[in-house]
Write a protein that binds this ligand. Structure first.
Ligand SMILES: *Cc1c(COP(=O)(O)O)cnc(C)c1O
Length: 388
């Protein structure tokens, strides 16, 4: 167990166990499916709630070629922790830490002339070129450069490269609907990407990597793999969407297991209201278990009356509202000891629910379930050291 890790399992009222061997297995499996393309493990948002540094280390151990983050601060923190190798970050604001990124050998994304100017300015000050990936908006309508503005951005980037201020090492984009297999937007985006790449290459850009695939595209569309694939959610063993099937069906193993110790088990009569608003009323004499985790810990309040929990071998449902720090399950007369484990989600092969089940119950996506687990929940790393 590493020193950065909070109290070991057993002393924390609630904990997220992070199985780094499961993560390594996912990385190996994704790499094998990447059609020979390099694999970027996306570790933004604290590795989707799993802990950026331990997950980045494990991903590298398993052969991830690149690391990807949203913000430059996330990438710089990984460098400070000693993570080596290629690293890309893409979510920049004006005035961002461009010089620090260049000095730390972090690749940067550029979607717009302002970003190119800041990258080039920082490179001049740093006395060293910025490695940039020009981002195309092929249809997502979020980040990236619109096709109409692409010729100007490519020309400006080539001019800055001529001056020795940047090296255009990547051409890239991001899908809108890859999690819906067969969605026509994916083919349209792919065609647009090919055109925009061809345009840049015809003007003289020689990218090391062209990349557009996220986890769902990696899993379902080999024709989108190009030179590099960016795997986020699949790295953590979570299916990108129900349409793609379960994690197990995709050959992935969930990395996070969220559990808590029951802090109270008590008899209550029938007709008893439970938790704020009394949205659950006991149907008869029963036992209630108190689970010490709530929306401050990232348990969605939308799980009220819906979230599945495995307690003492039986699947139960959140009874009434999820509160800030706790929720209740109706144990139907069972009397597990206080301290017994309530498993909210895990790998799913021992009868426990999965993050995907929680997403279904809460009307959201499994990405949000794992990523929103709060800072009050210690991450406990298991299988920290590679066995192979
Ligand atoms: C988050 C993100 C990814 C990873 O997406 P997954 O669906 O989690 O694999 C890839 N690329 C970009 C630009 C992202 O923001």
């Amino acid at each position: 167990m590493s020193e950065s890790v909070p109290p070991p399992s057993g002393t924390a009222r609630v904990r997220a166990e992070i199985d780094l061997e499961a993560l390594r297995g996912n990385v190996r499996s994704l790499r094998a499916r990447a059609s020979g393309a390099a694999l970027m493990a996306v570790v933004k948002a604290d590795a989707y709630g799993h802990g950026a540094v331990p997950c980045a280390l494990a991903a590298k151990e398993a052969g991830a070629d690149w690391l990807g983050t949203a913000t430059p601060e996330e990438a710089l923190a990984l460098r400070e922790a000693g993570l080596p190798g290629r690293m890309l970050c893409w979510l920049w604001a004006p005035g961002g830490p461009w010089r620090e990124a260049i000095a730390a050998d972090v690749d940067v994304s550029v979607s717009d002339p302002w970003a190119l100017r800041e990258a080039a300015g920082a490179a001049r000050a740093e006395g060293r070129p910025a490695r940039i990936h020009l981002k195309a908006d092929t249809g997502l309508g979020r980040g990236g450069c619109q096709p109409a503005d692409w010729p100007d951005l490519v020309a400006a980037a080539l001019a800055a490269q001529e001056e020795g201020l940047v090296r255009v090492v990547g051409l890239w984009s991001h899908f809108a609907c890859a999690d819906e297999p067969g969605h026509p937007a994916t083919d349209a985006q792919l065609a647009r990407f090919r055109e925009m790449v061809a345009y840049a290459e015809a003007r003289g850009v020689e990218p090391e990597v062209r990349h557009i695939a996220n986890s769902p595209a990696l899993l379902t569309r080999p024709d989108t793999h190009f030179d590099l694939v960016r795997a986020g959610i699949a790295t953590y063993g979570v299916s990108p969407s129900p349409e793609l099937g379960s994690a197990a069906g995709l050959g992935l193993r969930p990395v996070m297991r969220l559990s808590a110790d029951l802090v109270l088990v008590k008899d209550v009569p029938g007709g008893h209201g439970v938790s704020y608003g009394h949205h659950y009323v006991t149907p008869g004499d029963t036992t209630l278990g108190l689970v010490p985790a709530g929306y401050a810990d990232g348990i969605p309040r939308h799980a009220s009356g819906a979230g599945p929990v495995l307690v003492a071998g039986k699947l139960r449902t959140v009874a009434g509202r999820v509160a800030m720090d706790q929720f209740v399950v109706d144990l139907g007369g069972d009397r597990p000891e206080p301290g017994s484990e309530a498993v909210l989600f895990g790998a799913g092969d021992l009868g426990e629910p999965t993050a995907e089940d929680w997403a279904q119950a809460c009307g959201t996506i499994a990405y949000e379930i794992v990523t929103r687990i709060g800072v009050r929940v210690p991450r406990v790393y298991v299988n920290e050291h590679p066995t192979g």
